[in-house]
Unconditional design. Structure first.
Length: 261
């Protein structure tokens, strides 16, 4: 019986090694998940007042290994399709990586102290800076320029100051408002804080707060949901749709505590 058990363990180990070898040989596809934090307001404001259209205020996350990694209240991760920012308006395939998951997450631990809630700035040091650095580590090239430098492109417009109050309000909402999430899988920074959402009514706030203890909490519903597009090449401008999904767990920011900022 002991011999049979030993043979079984050897076969299991062999299967695991073979799976890792296949991953290293074939690689893992890396995706960029793109969200519009303004929920269409940026396009409306710029179309009416600036003359040239700014499609959105972009948040992005890196998707691979069945998870989406992003920066908000530290470096965090959620299962694919469970983002607290709703559904992506677009998904871009950035390339294929041969870097194993444990090496990638060790990289996240190393950069974690630079990506905390205290260092977050929607204008200067945000989720797109994180995904650009992660993409360069994984596939050797960054994210599309119009996503990374969106605030420069907007505010360099002579009437771009019209966007500033909206951006400042979005930053306040991201850092101080919304729903308290339970942090998980934390490492990297000094503390963990939730990525808040923006419920649209008092009843939605109450309902979502009551569900926080049952992870994950639901994201407020929206209408006119359209499936996001998935592209293997970088487009000149992202496609849009209005969607929402759900919730998050955390990677990045040291101790496992959470609080509403």
């Amino acid at each position: 019986m002991c011999k049979s058990l030993l043979n079984h363990l050897i076969r299991l180990k062999s299967c695991k090694v073979s799976k890792n070898q296949r991953m290293e040989e074939e690689g893992e596809k890396v995706f960029l998940y793109i969200y519009d934090l303004s929920q269409g307001m940026a396009r409306e404001i710029t179309t009416n007042f600036l003359g040239n259209t700014i499609e959105g205020v972009w948040h992005s996350g890196i998707g691979l290994f069945g998870k989406e990694y992003f920066y908000g209240a530290g470096i965090q991760c959620v299962p694919i399709g469970r983002s607290p920012f709703g559904a992506p308006v677009e998904v871009l395939e950035l390339g294929i990586t041969h870097i194993p998951k444990d090496i990638f997450e060790e990289f996240l631990r190393e950069i974690g102290p630079r990506y905390t809630v205290a260092t977050y700035s929607l204008l200067n040091h945000n989720c797109n800076n994180f995904t650009d650095e992660a993409a360069q580590f994984l596939v050797g090239s960054g994210i599309p320029h119009h996503i990374l430098r969106q605030t420069d492109l907007a505010l360099n417009n002579p009437l771009g100051a019209l966007m500033l109050p909206m951006l400042q309000q979005l930053e306040t909402t991201l850092l101080h408002g919304g729903i308290l999430m339970t942090p998980r899988n934390s490492f990297g920074g000094s503390s963990v804080h939730p990525i808040p959402t923006t419920p649209r009514s008092t009843s939605e706030v109450s309902a979502t707060r009551e569900s926080v203890s049952t992870f994950p909490a639901p994201f407020p519903p929206s209408t006119n949901r359209v499936a996001p597009t998935i592209n293997s090449t970088t487009p000149t401008s992202p496609r849009r749709s209005d969607q929402n999904m759900t919730n998050n767990s955390d990677i990045g920011a040291g101790t496992e505590n959470s609080k509403e900022k």
